[in-house]
Design a binder for this molecule. Structure first.
Ligand code: MRU
Length: 312
């Protein structure tokens, strides 16, 4: 199954807000619809956003205001702007050239995820690995196969995976809703944990490696990823557990010198005071909702891309 693709002159994508209850594909014909799908996280995850950005430029049909709106739909994952720019660079050559560039972004993701899976599995030592992960970095966050969860998939295919401990990932529950769904489809053993249990389970010796994805990697290796990643990095350092970032080269942003320069999306009160549409805090409660955090490079054991292993 492809999370996002170009079908019959439209962007086709899985509506991830409806998982795990329903698997529904959306057909998107306009940039306005695509921006809305990105902002409500119907399509999400850095590599998938890169493909959405590139395909969206085809829908924009050369309209620079629409292209700018698409590029700015979410600020933290650099892949979105990168995908838009890759396709927009061919605008002068006409629609077919833009489409070819966008389809190349899609196809490169397929190859990159496979390569990251191989390289990440090769980097980790041990035969029965217990992996901890946050958010969703599987096929749903890319095109077919994921980044950090792509490494998990490769380990599982080789009989080297003992178990995945998946953080539920409040507020939008990408771990509980999406990662468990993907792991079940893979037949990979897993248990769901509360976000706050992560560092303690690391301290208790229940994890051999933490694998996470990334939304933007600054030039010095500081890495923005889903909120909760930094707490796991601190816990992993204290427990002596490798903390590995798995992301394509397109997530590395040489134009951002360090994590302090990364814009962190704040998604507002509603996602915090409600859980899946049910209010859990008293009426009028104000919230703070950074969707990502930044892990400083010195807490990162390795960054695995489709081309190399970087030790920040
Ligand atoms: O807000 P989201 O669900 O788009 O956040 C996604 C993440 O933080 C992922 O870990 C990251 O994009 C890498 S996906 C391979």
């Amino acid at each position: 199954m492809r999370t996002i693709d170009w079908v019959d002159d439209a962007v086709e994508l899985v509506d991830q807000t409806l998982l795990p209850d329903k698997l529904v594909m959306l057909r998107i014909h306009t940039v306005a619809e695509l921006v809305e799908a990105i902002q409500r996280l119907a399509v999400r995850g850095a590599p998938a956003l890169g493909v959405a950005g590139a395909l969206g430029v085809v829908l924009a049909d050369g309209d620079s205001a629409q292209i700018a709106a698409l590029r700015a739909a979410r600020p933290t994952a650099v892949n979105l702007a990168w995908g838009v720019d890759r396709a927009a660079a061919r605008l002068a050559e006409g629609r077919e050239a833009v489409l070819a560039a966008a389809l190349k972004v899609r196809d490169d993701d397929l190859a990159a995820c496979r390569a990251m899976g191989e390289r990440g599995a090769g980097l980790l030592e041990g035969d029965r690995l217990r992996i901890m992960t946050v958010c969703n970095t599987g096929g749903l966050a890319a095109v077919e196969r994921g980044t950090a969860l792509g490494v998990v998939q490769t380990l599982h295919e080789r009989g080297r995976l003992a178990e995945v401990l998946a953080l539920e990932t409040r507020p939008l529950l990408q771990g509980a809703r999406l990662t468990t769904w993907e792991l079940a489809r893979m037949g990979a053993p897993h248990r769901l944990i509360a976000d706050s249990a992560g560092p303690y389970l690391l301290a208790r010796g229940e994890v051999d490696a933490v694998l996470i994805g990334a939304d933007r990697i600054a030039a010095n290796g500081d890495t923005a990823n889903k909120i909760g990643s930094y707490a796991l990095a601190l816990g992993a350092e204290r427990a002596g557990v490798p903390f590995v970032v798995v992301a394509p080269e397109s997530t590395i942003d040489p134009g951002t010198p360090s994590g302090d320069h990364i814009e962190i999306e704040d998604r507002g009160d509603e996602e915090i005071v409600n859980v899946r549409g049910v209010r859990v805090a008293p009426e009028g409660t104000r919230a703070l909702n950074p969707a990502f955090d930044v892990t400083p490079h010195d807490l990162i054991s390795a960054i695995v891309t489709e081309q190399r292993v970087i030790r920040p």
